[in-house]
Design a protein around this ligand. Structure first.
Ligand SMILES: O=P(O)(O)OC[C@H]1O[C@H](O)[C@H](O)[C@@H](O)[C@@H]1O
Length: 287
């Protein structure tokens, strides 16, 4: 909180829950919130429009627990730990408090830098650029050690949708994928992808994708950087019921399209090397 005096106009720190602060951004025609727990964007919206991101009303804002919604940062591993089942799923970054290092404003675009927890010799930082046209989130990993390290990660975006039956995902047609539900390798269909039942895919693609929502007449454009994998996830009713921090019916209200370095796309970092994984998110409404 001691940094509050340096914050630009439109940006402030406020409590989100006991022991957890959030950064509030109020721009011309848009607003956003970043939780320091997990270093995660939890809200972005244009005035009068539906939110970009889904955020569970049942989430616990408690250090040591991940927030269900927004854009959790999975780091420095995605999914189960590669060798130690006692470690948390999706790494340590989403459960810990990040530190605000710098914030500024360039015209209408806010930028915010956060420092993440160290994990051994690996360090993480986040760079947000948030303006009237959308949000960009960049996760940079640096290997400060003397040995090579493998890192997997994801910007686990929960996109809000009008209803899951109204959306289709475009841009990943025909891409090779690992279907984690069937534990099988397969290519995505040649046409638009629709969500039918539980979906948990690592799609090997570095292409931009578009989430088209006919109900809200909106397209969300997802432009990846430093990524050759996208994780596409929706739990469907049975798995949603097993998630204590998600209302039973809310699986209909989001889909995750995660800009990732997952599965075969994990990255090896030599000593001193860094890697930047970023997603650039824009939405447009159509008639
Ligand atoms: O419940 P969580 O640990 O947040 O994980 C939620 C989901 O994240 C990713 O999308 C994984 O591919 C899924 O397998 C997992 O179920």
């Amino acid at each position: 909180m001691e940094r509050a005096m340096f914050l630009p106009q439109g940006l402030s720190l406020a409590p989100l829950a006991p022991g957890v602060d959030q950064i509030l951004l109020a721009g011309d025609g848009f607003s956003a919130r970043i939780a320091l727990l997990g270093g995660q964007l939890i809200d972005y919206r244009s005035d009068g429009k539906p939110p970009l991101l889904y955020l569970s009303p049942q989430t616990a804002y408690q250090p040591g627990k991940a927030i269900r919604g927004g854009v959790p940062v999975c780091w420095p591993w995605f999914g189960p730990h590669p060798s130690d089942a006692g470690q948390p799923a999706h790494g340590v970054a989403r459960q810990q408090i990040w530190t605000l290092r710098d914030a500024g404003c360039d015209g209408q675009v806010f930028h915010v830098k956060l420092d993440g927890p160290r994990h051994g010799d690996l360090a993480a930082e986040l760079d947000f650029r948030i303006g009237p046209d959308g949000a960009a989130i960049a996760l940079t990993t640096v290997n400060h050690g003397d040995a090579a390290q493998t890192v997997s990660a994801a910007l686990h975006s929960y996109f809000a949708v009008s209803d899951i039956d109204s959306v289709e995902l475009l841009g990943l047609e025909g891409a090779p994928a690992h279907d984690k539900v069937a534990d099988a390798r397969a290519a995505l269909p040649a046409g638009p992808f629709r969500f039918d039942g539980e979906v948990d895919l690592v799609v090997y693609s570095d292409r931009a994708a578009t989430l088209r929502d006919a109900g809200w007449r909106r397209d969300i454009a997802i432009q990846p950087e430093g990524s050759a994998s996208a994780v596409v996830w929706n739990p469907a009713p049975a798995k949603a019921q097993r998630l204590a921090d998600l209302p039973d019916e809310d699986w209909r209200r989001f889909v995750c399209v995660e800009t990732a370095n997952a599965g075969d796309d994990a990255r090896a970092l030599a000593p001193g090397e860094h890697h930047r994984l970023a997603c650039h998110l824009h939405f447009s409404c159509h008639g």
